[in-house]
Design a protein around this ligand. Structure first.
Ligand code: ZN
Length: 482
């Protein structure tokens, strides 16, 4: 009886030359079927250019299903390494051969999975292919690392946003977008809020797609936009790359933002619990998290709970939450619009005052510079260690051990850097009272306004309303940052 054969081809890059294109694989397999007198019922081509990437192979799954359904009783492929990528997958095939009497034939040699010898050969061929692919992955990783250390332009992929096709020349209109996004992210505006604004203005990725929070995060966290090269190794072939890698060299292309801003962004965007201010379309409550209830409790201490936005009869209000089982007193409320306006006026007045700004700049930690210098020094130290390891002057174990203290200090210093960055919300906003008022009213969204308030005031205590006064600005006690 003529066997019904399925030809399985896999497009892959793990062999150069040898004409292993999918057309050649298929032609050879068809010739083999003819010689054996088998009838070709279907061809299953999988596109799997990243050898050993662990990517799903839909056609392979289809083939297995057809075998189980009894539509196919022979599998033909070019070499065992086309068929399976891991010992486990090979065992699946052997299992299928047992249960469904499927025959396997390869162009490069007969393998009879029904005999122990045939299985042994298949397993050895599979293991050899796997060894070769893993070896190649290691070789590629080393090459990428070397290219990274040389600060070379990485080839392939789409054009990086902010640069021309040569990946070297700054594309000014996009660079301006990068600077703006960096400024806004550093001012703690949420990525989602920046993306919404980009959608409105039609700003898209180089692939022509709208920016999402994650694509914007990747852009802003990349060392590339600061003219630096980073190396982000995969820990093994099955894991994805980390967002932020180790900076290994100054690149040969110019940066769009400074290394300092890049360091801040990389810290900020990788911090798990980072606080951002999300300005979505709906009117949000500007001061939640900043207003605290100051109504004296029974022990004469203030209630201290954060006030939350809660409308009543369509009027937006901040209230001390009155939630059963919660220790908040529920005894303070204030009209949100009037409170927002009052706080805005106070903040702008403070920011227009020379004394306030002088105190602010005095308090602006001069250790900022020291901190950056220390971070830079640790990074350089790590680069040298990496170079020593790359040149085999030290072993991998020595490299790993020597890295630890530098990495620990780097992590701590980067976290400190992130804590002082809220102040950067004020950059580009400061000016005369009128200018700031104009910007506040017409240029900023709620997310940016919150960032300005947070950079100016630690917290505002709200005293309970006096029954006789309708609006009393003295209820608000400001705890300024300086
Ligand atoms: Zn309260």
């Amino acid at each position: 009886m003529s066997r019904r054969a399925a030809i399985y081809c896999r497009i892959s890059q793990d062999r150069d030359g040898a004409g292993l294109g999918v057309a050649r694989q298929e032609a050879d397999c068809r010739a083999l079927c003819e010689r054996k007198g088998w009838q070709v019922v279907a061809v299953y081509p999988d596109n799997d250019v990243s050898a050993y990437s662990g990517a799903p192979r839909p056609k392979w799954q289809e083939l297995l299903e057809d075998v189980r359904a009894g539509v196919v009783d022979a599998i033909v492929c070019w070499h065992v390494d086309r068929l399976t990528r891991s010992p486990r997958e090979l065992e699946d095939v052997i299992d299928l051969a047992d249960r469904h009497g499927v025959e396997l034939a390869t162009v490069t040699g007969e393998i009879d999975l029904a005999t122990p010898t045939g299985r042994l050969i298949a397993r050895m061929l599979g293991a050899a292919a796997r060894h070769e692919a893993e070896h190649k992955a290691e070789r590629q990783r080393r090459q990428r690392r070397q290219a990274a250390e040389a600060g070379k332009v990485a080839g392939g992929g789409t054009r990086p946003f902010g640069y021309e096709d040569d990946r070297m020349t700054i594309r000014e209109d996009e660079a301006e977008v990068v600077r703006e996004a960096a400024r806004r992210a550093l001012a703690l505006e949420s990525l989602a809020s920046i993306c919404r604004d980009f959608h409105k203005r039609g700003v898209v990725t180089t692939g022509g797609r709208p920016y999402t929070a994650s694509s914007l995060r990747r852009l802003l966290a990349s060392a590339r936009i600061s003219g630096r090269r980073e190396h982000r190794p995969r820990s093994s072939w099955e894991t994805t790359r980390p967002l932020v890698g180790e900076i290994v060299a100054d690149a040969v292309w110019p940066g769009i933002i400074t290394a300092e801003d890049s360091d801040r962004l990389r810290t900020l965007l990788t911090e798990p619990g980072r606080r951002t201010f999300d300005g979505n379309g709906a009117r949000s409550y500007l001061l939640t998290g900043i207003l605290h209830c100051a109504k004296p409790a029974e022990n004469h201490r203030a209630c201290g709970w954060r006030m939350v936005g809660r409308p009543r009869s369509g009027v937006r209000r901040y209230v001390c939450p009155n939630t059963p089982g919660v220790a908040s007193c529920g005894g303070t409320a204030t009209n949100a619009e009037r409170t927002d306006n009052h706080v805005r006026d106070m903040v702008l007045a403070a920011l227009a005052s020379e004394q306030f700004l002088a105190r602010l700049s005095k308090q602006e930690p001069s250790m900022d510079e020291e901190l950056l210098a220390e971070i830079r020094a640790d990074e350089e130290e790590l680069e040298e260690l990496a170079a020593d390891f790359g040149a085999r002057r030290i072993s991998r174990a020595e490299w790993m051990a020597a890295r630890t203290p530098f990495e620990e200090r780097l992590t701590a210093n980067r976290a400190r850097l992130a804590r002082i960055s809220p102040r950067s919300a004020l950059a580009g906003f400061l000016g005369s009272y009128e200018d700031m008022q104009e910007r506040w009213q017409h240029k900023l969204n709620d997310s940016q306004r919150r960032a300005i308030v947070a950079a100016t005031v630690h917290r505002i205590d709200v005293l309970p309303a006096s029954p006789r006064k309708k609006w009393d600005p003295d209820r608000f006690v400001f705890d300024w940052v300086v």
